[in-house]
Design a binder for this molecule. Sequence first.
Ligand code: BG6
Length: 493
Amino acid sequence: MQTNNNCIVIFGASGDLTHRKLIPALYNLFKFGRLNKFSVLGVARSELNDDTFREKMREALLETEETTPETLDAFCSHLYYQAVNTSDAADYGKLVPRLEELHTKYQTNGNTLYYMSTPPSLYGVIPECLAAHGLNEEKDGWKRIIVEKPFGYDEKTAQELDVQIHRFFEEHQIYRIDHYLGKETVQNLLVLRFSNGWFEPLWNRNFIDYVEITGAESIGVEERGGYYDGSGAMRDMFQNHLLQVLAMVAMEPPAIINANSMRDEVAKVMHSLRPLTQDDVEHNLVLGQYTAAEIDGKEVKGYLQEKGVPANSRTETFMALRCEIENWRWAGVPFYVRTGKRLPARVTEIVIHFKTTPHPVFSQNAPENKLIIRIQPDEAISMRFGLKKPGAGFEAKEVSMDFRYADLADEQVLTAYERLLLDAMKGDATLFARTDAVHAAWKFVQPILDYKEAGGRVHEYEAGTWGPVAAEKLIAKSGRVWRKPSGKMKKKV
Ligand code: BG6
């Protein structure tokens, strides 16, 4: 039986992700009794020690988590720190006695989960340095390695990175994290589709007109301008998070729910994406960059004025794309996908637009049938359809049936990082990206990268708006409009 008793080694322990996401996730798992025998070994170059690391993590937890002094003390007693020059293989030798000591103290049988939360330039280096000291070998307990995004910078570098990691870790030991897959509502999409008889017959080209996927953020790039400028919306959100969500919408039912069957289906979707042509990148793609504006009486900087962003940057903070999936289920159904920073709301949602009736009997403006799957915030599913407006005549009016996820949650719902960390400890890779799907996703977006590289157009949009006008025109070509969701799912009846 798999056990989640282990030592979690976090590379990049002094970084942002560690105190914002990883430590709070581990803290909550501990608080709710999901971690038993475990220790956390923070590793970075900074000269901290166990006490100073604990103090920093304690401060971070006090800022974000509901806690009591007892639980906080109990959790922090499991935290340790080892300073290592992470680009020097010899220095990793320091980890050997530290890990031995921790495994003995916590009876964790050599089980070790490495988490690479470092700059991506170290993703190829760390596995090699661990292997130099036998720290990848599974003779005494399992060894797994979590790789944060970005997994590569393009198709070629993703392949190179795979080669580097595979020299020292086998595929079953590698967990490529995409935190969108850890979101409860993304998983719920699978349950909605595959545990209800009535969606499946409709879930195809015969009944679905088009699919809209939005990953909107109201924040700008904040303190991450330096990283973001080398990445842009395409690499930061689209190639990974949104394509994974698209795959969940489009995939075939897996034969069984396990890592291989699920990921086989995801990979099949990625492989079925119709390759983007020159015409697509010129006419079915819109890139945008936000400019300064006043939002709610406050001045908001434009992207070019953000810290760490070169004044002449052409990096996109918005992208919208019309794409298609070439298979029996989806042929001819457009998928409109958009993502951006500094949009009017923080909202991630999928809208399945069903075809209208063949002939509008009651009014010219027949109500649209749509299924809105709100991933965040305010997780919900809303079905929109037409009913008779009370009174004389037969005028149809769009009404909605809403289900809010919070109504179902009678137990603690794990956040994405909590869920994924726990899964990795249990050896369940179902919700982690597999190498073939990652490569297929890079291959699909390569024409967009080439277009950017070749100086493709980046439109301006004012911060606080739904992106460039060109994005409206993109969808309007087929007589459609983007939904303009607010942060909250409004009750319509
Ligand atoms: C991260 C991106 O992967 O996802 C960020 O690097 C983005 O730029 C974030 O803000 C969005 O995640 P979430 O869970 O807040 O939607």
